[in-house]
Design a protein around this ligand. Structure first.
Ligand code: 13P
Length: 261
């Protein structure tokens, strides 16, 4: 029996992190646009390093695949050496921007206030933020998963208007599953995804059923299908496996199967 809610389209997003060269990105994008040309069921995007975004625009414009960035400045414009403004990402045809990825929170000191400022910039530029939330292993082990998710989400839910919140995608990425090969079980993922939707419902009752909640953390070709068949898992945010052309296509296909059956 299909438990998928048909008011939500599945979304599979690759997060390439700091990987790739002009040559490897060209090969990967050419493969994806060819392999996925008949896909009409799954929304697909790649979040590339800033410097590879022009190449995404060049190679993906007439494909159904969209592209996005992994980070953005919290400022609009000005003397911020080394920063990239959301308007610049819009200029390059980006559709999505990852915000609050756990690597940015843990390694670059991004706190909830900065995450909110970045989301506002992304929205102002007409792009869609993918807000990443998730608990560490220590937090899960002391049963603080829901408290952590609630803090991260409430910060954002309390700071944005309904219109702004309607544009968000949420990605649940348990930190202990990122790059470790340890995936959350389908049941663990479903429990947190349902909790995220419930928190959304408390603040934005009409939006909760439409909210796209992605799972991220060691999604691979061989575990994607089971994760995606969970009722509140609307797709994936894929790290390592997004760099492998065959795995990434297999993950997109797994989403298609989960929705079709
Ligand atoms: P992995 O798929 O490599 O675990 O990375 C997940 C992630 O951080 C995606 O944003």
């Amino acid at each position: 029996m299909n438990m998928k809610n048909t008011s939500r389209r599945p979304l599979v997003v690759g997060n390439w992190k700091m990987h790739g060269s002009l040559e490897s990105v060209t090969t990967l994008l050419n493969f994806l646009r060819h392999e996925l040309q008949n896909n009409t069921v799954v929304d697909v995007a790649v979040c590339a390093p800033f410097v590879h975004l022009p190449l995404c625009r060049e190679l993906l414009t007439i494909s159904g695949i969209q592209w996005g960035a992994q980070n953005v400045s919290e400022h609009t414009v000005g003397a911020y050496t080394g920063e990239i403004a959301a308007s610049m990402l819009a200029d390059l045809g980006c559709r999505y921007v990852l915000v609050g990825h756990s690597e940015r929170r843990a390694l670059f000191g991004e706190m909830d206030a900065m995450v909110i400022a970045k989301i506002k910039q992304v929205l102002e530029a007409g792009l869609k933020p993918i807000l990443c939330v998730g608990e560490t292993l220590a937090e899960r082990e002391c049963d603080a998963t829901e408290a952590v998710i609630a803090r991260q989400l409430h910060a954002v839910l309390g700071a944005l208007t309904s219109e702004q919140l309607a544009e968000l995608v949420v990605a649940y990425e348990p930190v202990w599953a990122i790059g470790t090969g340890k995936t959350a079980s389908p049941e663990q993922a479903q429990a947190v995804h349902a909790y995220i939707r419930q928190l959304w419902k408390e603040k934005q009752p009409e939006q909760a059923e439409r909210l796209i909640v992605l799972y991220g953390g060691s999604v691979k070709a061989d575990n994607a299908r089971l994760l995606f068949t969970q009722p509140d898992v609307d797709g994936g945010l894929v790290g390592g496996a997004a760099l492998d052309q065959n795995q990434f296509c297999a993950i997109v296909n797994a989403a298609e199967q989960a929705w079709n059956h």
